[in-house]
Design a protein around this ligand. Structure first.
Ligand SMILES: [Zn+2]
Length: 238
C-alpha cells in the first residue's frame, strides 16, 4: 500500500487522448508498467518525472497480481539531461533503454543505471554503449568467443569474426565459411571491448574503442544471438 518505487522510464505508450502507460525498470521489481492518467495534459503535475530516461520515484499501491499499476504521483530524482542534450548520447542511450525494455528481466536496474551515469559523463559515448552491450551479452550467457577460433580453438591466423558462429574464425576454418576477412586492428579492438567493463572505463579511454563500427558489430551480435529487435540502433550516427 502506498509504495514509493524508484525506477528508470525505459518506454512509454499513448493510451486514449491524455493517458500513457510507462514501462519502468525498477530496482526490486524489475520492469513495472504504470498507468499514468492525464500525463499528456499540459497541466499534469507528474509529466516532468515521467519522460524517457527519468530516474524517478513512482507512487502507487503496488500489487504483484496486477499487470499495470495505477500511478498516483511521480517525483524526479535525475533526468539525465547530459544525455538528452547530446545527439549521440541520446541515440545510444535510447538503444540501451530499448534493450532493457525488451529483455524484461528483473535484475538489470543496476546495469542500466551505471550505464546511463557513465554515458552522461563520458567523452566516449560509443565505447560506453559497447560496454553496456558487453555486460548484457555476458548476462545472457552469449558473449562472443574472442580467445581463439570458435570452430577449432586455434589462436593462430585469426581471420575474421563470424557473427553467426559466435566469435573469431581462423583462416583454415574460414575456408568453409567464406566470411569477409577483417582488419587485424579491428579484431584486436573488438577483443578488448569484449573483455572490458564499466569499471575499467577510465583506463580504456583513448584506446580507439569509441567507434561506430565496433558497436554496430556488438549490436548485431546481440540481436542475432538473443532474438531482440534493436530497431532504435538505426538512429545512431556514424
Ligand atoms: Zn579454426
Amino acid at each position: 500500500m502506498n509504495d514509493f518505487i524508484p525506477g528508470i522510464v525505459v518506454a512509454k505508450n499513448d493510451v486514449k487522448e491524455n493517458d500513457e502507460i510507462l514501462k519502468v525498470c525498477c530496482q526490486e521489481q524489475g520492469i513495472v508498467s504504470f498507468y499514468g492518467k492525464g500525463l499528456k495534459k499540459s497541466t499534469s503535475k507528474n509529466a516532468y518525472a515521467c519522460q524517457l530516461f527519468d530516474l524517478s520515484e513512482f507512487n502507487c499501491d503496488y500489487s504483484d497480481s496486477r499487470s499495470v499499476q495505477l500511478l498516483k504521483s511521480a517525483t524526479l530524482k535525475n533526468d539525465f539531461h547530459g544525455i538528452k542534450g547530446d545527439y549521440d548520447k541520446l541515440a545510444l542511450g535510447s538503444v540501451m533503454l530499448e534493450i532493457i525494455a525488451q529483455l524484461e528481466q528483473e535484475d538489470l536496474f543496476d546495469v542500466l543505471l551505471a550505464g546511463l551515469q557513465l554515458l552522461e559523463k563520458s567523452p566516449e559515448p560509443y565505447m560506453v554503449y559497447g560496454l553496456f552491450v558487453v555486460r548484457i551479452l555476458d548476462y545472457l550467457g552469449i558473449s562472443p568467443a574472442v580467445d581463439g577460433c570458435v570452430v577449432c580453438g586455434s589462436q593462430k591466423n585469426i581471420e575474421t569474426i563470424s557473427l553467426a558462429d559466435g566469435g573469431f574464425i581462423c583462416h583454415d576454418c574460414n575456408k568453409q565459411y567464406h566470411s569477409k576477412p577483417l582488419d587485424a586492428d579491428f579484431m584486436r579492438r573488438f577483443r578488448i571491448i569484449c573483455k572490458a567493463s564499466y569499471e575499467v572505463h577510465d583506463k580504456i579511454v583513448a584506446m580507439n574503442l569509441n567507434d561506430y563500427e565496433l558497436v554496430k558489430y556488438l549490436t548485431e551480435f546481440l540481436a542475432m544471438h538473443s532474438g531482440l529487435h534493436v530497431r532504435s540502433f538505426r538512429s545512431v550516427n556514424y
